[in-house]
Design a protein around this ligand. Structure first.
Ligand code: SF4
Length: 79
């Protein structure tokens, strides 16, 4: 029996991020800045580094991964 595919998530690596903000502009329904401009999940829990994605959010998430100047974003669990 096949396992269902895991839900895609956007992984944020804050050790790489320099709060440049491109992802915040591309994913306003997924991320919001903290007081220093670092992206956090829009919905709780705010400390998580893997943010579940709806299928409709995947194209913008792919753009954010490609455009992040610090390679701080990755997609996980997608085919
Ligand atoms: S685009 Fe990359 S470096 Fe810029 S805020 Fe987002 S994760 Fe951080």
């Amino acid at each position: 029996m096949n396992r269902p595919a895991p839900s895609p998530t956007l992984h944020l690596d804050w050790t790489r991020c320099q709060a440049r903000g491109a992802c915040l502009e591309l994913l306003p329904d997924l991320l919001r800045p903290d007081e220093d401009g670092y992206p956090l999940p829009l919905t709780p829990p705010r400390q998580r580094s893997d943010i579940p994605l709806d299928p409709a959010q995947l194209p913008a998430a792919r753009d954010a991964v490609a455009l992040c100047p610090r390679l701080a974003l990755t997609l996980r669990g997608q085919r």
